[in-house]
Write a protein that binds this ligand. Sequence first.
Ligand code: PEP
Ligand code: MG
Length: 588
Amino acid sequence: MSIQVFGLPVSRGVAIGRAVLVASSRVDVAHYFVAAERVDHEIDRLRQARDAVAAELTTLQRDLPAEAPAELSALLDVHLMLLHDEALTGATKTWIRERHYNAEWALSAQLEVMARQFDEMEDDYLRERKADIEQVVERLLRLLATDDPAAGIAGMAGARDFAGEDPLVLVANDVAPADMIQFKRSVFTGFVTDVGGRNSHTAIVARSMDIPAVVGAREASRLIRQDDWLVIDGDAGVVIVNPSRIVLEEYRFRQRQSELERARLDRLRHTPAVTLDGEAVELLANIELPGDAPAAVAAGAVGVGLFRSEFLFMNRDGELPDEEEQFEAYRAAVLAMQGLPVTIRTVDVGADKPLDRMSPQELRHEHALNPALGLRAIRWSLSEPGMFRQQLRAILRASAFGKVRILLPMVAHLSEIRQTLDALARARQQLDDAGRAYGRVEVGAMIEIPAAALMIDRFLEHFDFVSLGTNDLIQYTLAIDRADESVSHLYDPWHPAVLQLVAHTIARARAHGRGVSVCGEMAGDPAFTELLLALGLRSFSMHPARIASIKQRVLRADTRRLADHAAAVLAADDAALAARRLLSAPTH
Ligand code: PEP
Ligand code: MG
């Protein structure tokens, strides 16, 4: 039967594929794909584990003390029987052979299937056998865990050589940003998660992969079963489970349409972004890793406006990258950008981006106390001065190879500016002492805390440029956790208070003759392009995949006409509606 699950649309487009379910309770089970030539080996691992568990159970049974209740021996018989039951081992082998799942993943997938069948049984006695099958699988998993180093859902990233035929979509309770980053270039053609907000970092990374995604779909991982066919409608935020043939046809048609649209927009790649009235607009890329830089160039970005350097610090089991490793990474990004500027943001860990990969439960526990208001971003860097200087030196050194700018996240206090500039001066001094080369580097601040926007004039005395981090600016202005789906309906980029802070920051930066850009998700949202142009913005930084559609809007815009309406939009009760009415480009 076809059902629909509703969530938040976070990444556009339509994905159609089979569900790969990662239940939250099973995140400790290793999940990865095995290459075609390793399938037999993997089935062998399963067979060996089964034989070992069978031997274990037989020994247990043999050594039962004479006074042990007869039920115990009978129970071991049941476990032995289950262990050899085709419904378990036969079907598990099929997951390995047909889907290329590793043995642990295949086992937990099959457990999931069987557990649901048991749940649906009328007979109490049979329903209770579910616990037995769980115990048997647990024994098998424990045995398999001893011979395999890969763990966690991140292991699935090694899926590049997967040769399966059906496209796959990932369904999980939650995916940490650190795991999401591993999925870049993986086999998944879509994502669905139970939790998460529209602008959580997990959603942002999904968007940067340009893969349809729905988050905050609450019951998704409970309602969807392994291998179900899914349609992910990333525009509407709907997941259709086992769609009818007609619905499937309709979505396949939409998929083809958006491919055509993409190809059409692709042709704008090398067209300069200039408005109808001749205003040049800078369209920059947001990247997470140096490996994203070539895609930025290919998409026609004229530089990197935000390199989220914290992603270099994740998935490292507590061992942070040293100066040399960071330098190599920054230099790689600079070289890949072929002379175009690269804006490297100093590490912004904390909140929903912990340093190490944690399960969602651990994450919640670890950060029980208002993580978004805690020790994150520049606060964390200033509390680790040695590490901070190491990062600054690495960035400075990369500037010997191209145009580099430093961007500081979450600055709110003038004392933070002073401390940061001191750290930078010391880093330069240390490089001078060591005889290391570095170039001229501009320094900018993210304006993403209302206090910073309100103090913009004072901030501009110290910085060469500013960049509006609208994702956090919205979160902190409206007191809405950007990663919490239960309040996501209140996370409103059109809120007049947010727009006023954005407008004020742009106006003051321009008045001071300083560069100003927007690097939050607002920059890549076509609904905001005209308004931002009307407010005087001429620099936008976004996921490379968004550049073409924003450029299309820029090419159709007349900034003089738009500017005439800016005040009316800011004063409107419903700014979104006012923007649509007053600013939309006339259709040709
Ligand atoms: C922002 O807050 O808008 C931003 C660009 O930074 P991040 O999303 O990484 O917090
Ligand atoms: Mg931010």
